[in-house]
Write a protein that binds this ligand. Structure first.
Ligand SMILES: [Ca+2]
Ligand SMILES: [Ca+2]
Length: 87
């Protein structure tokens, strides 16, 4: 394996293990072999930062002088590639 596992790139991978009874470097000395498949399921972690959409753009947020304290100024949404804890 050259790179770390990354759920967003591949959520699972597999490989095969080949076992030898005898010396695998000397074909005449291999008595028997067995093969099994190993599947690795990668768990997602919250490793992607959220990104805001294009909702705000370059528009200024206008706040009226008599706005009540605690009033909502703007509502934005953000997304990211994580499937878990999408924050
Ligand atoms: Ca995230
Ligand atoms: Ca992730």
């Amino acid at each position: 394996m050259v790179t770390a596992f990354d759920y967003e790139s591949a959520s699972s991978t597999d490989f095969f293990i080949l076992g030898y009874a005898g010396n695998p470097l000397a074909d005449s000395d291999v008595h028997s072999t067995a093969e099994t498949r190993v599947e690795i399921v990668v768990k997602d972690v919250n490793d992607n930062a959220p990104e805001f959409g294009s909702g705000l753009g370059d528009k200024p947020v206008v706040v009226h002088w008599d706005s009540e304290i605690g009033s909502r100024l703007i509502l934005l949404s953000a997304t990211d590639a994580d499937q878990v804890d999408k924050t």
